[in-house]
Design a protein around this ligand. Structure first.
Ligand SMILES: Cc1cc2nc3c(=O)[nH]c(=O)nc-3n(C[C@H](O)[C@H](O)[C@H](O)COP(=O)(O)O)c2cc1C
Length: 197
């Protein structure tokens, strides 16, 4: 059921690093990203997969992890991602406003992550990276802009949904056993009544 798939498709940041990801599966999930809607059907997004150990080691130090977990420096060796998908904008292709590209990106990455979750693989979207450093590492030409990076792997942590309390605190947190908890605002708090007219 789609609701259950959406519910389990949580951000995961600790992985079973030694479990490799089948490249055919990764390509299948990118195919799901490809089929999403895009403004003007311009399809300006491109993708790059990094799976080799040397590539992963070079990319890892350029990424920022879990800003709310101030004491946590990010996944330790052995629990780092097994692969990365880099999402790029091909600026050589005609497109509209920036906000449209980011809308396309949300659609594409959610399609990707839902397809991955269905097969037991989870990920973390990473927007905290030095785009110049990543651009250089990936030897991209000026037609490409790196928009987002998705870290991927089989999970090595439990993630649970919580409800945002009356204090309105939306920060995720870890319990003593290492379980990760993600507060979501209740539905009633998001549904606005239309005016009478
Ligand atoms: C556009 C975007 C950028 C994000 N960037 C980061 C990031 O740089 N580092 C990180 O650890 N998590 C990042 N996240 C993950 C969010 O922290 C996560 O989605 C949020 O805590 C809610 O958890 P959930 O995805 O399980 O609902 C990002 C998420 C989105 C949508």
């Amino acid at each position: 059921m789609i609701r259950e798939l959406v519910r389990i498709t949580r951000t995961v940041r600790r992985f079973q690093e030694q479990r490799t990801l089948d490249p055919a599966l990764l390509r299948q999930w990118i195919d799901c990203a490809r089929l999403g809607g895009s403004a003007r059907n311009a399809q300006v997004l491109k993708y790059m997969l990094l799976t080799e150990a040397r590539q992963r080691q070079a990319l890892f130090p350029l990424l920022g992890w879990a800003g709310y977990l101030a004491e946590w420096p990010g996944p330790a060796p052995g629990e780092r991602p097994s692969a990365y998908m880099v999402c790029l904008q091909d600026k050589g292709l005609a497109c509209g406003a920036d906000k449209e590209v980011y809308c396309d990106l949300g659609i594409a990455t959610q399609n990707f992550l839902l397809a991955a979750a269905e097969q037991g693989v989870f990920g973390c979207r990473i927007g905290a990276f030095s785009s110049q450093a990543v651009h250089r590492l990936l030897q991209l030409d000026d037609d490409y802009e790196v928009l987002l990076i998705i870290a991927l792997g089989y999970p090595a942590e439990m993630v649970s949904l919580r409800e945002v309390g009356p204090d309105g605190d939306i920060r995720y947190w870890r319990d003593q056993q290492g379980g990760h908890h993600v507060p979501k605002r209740p539905l009633a708090a998001l549904l606005l009544d239309p005016p009478a007219f």
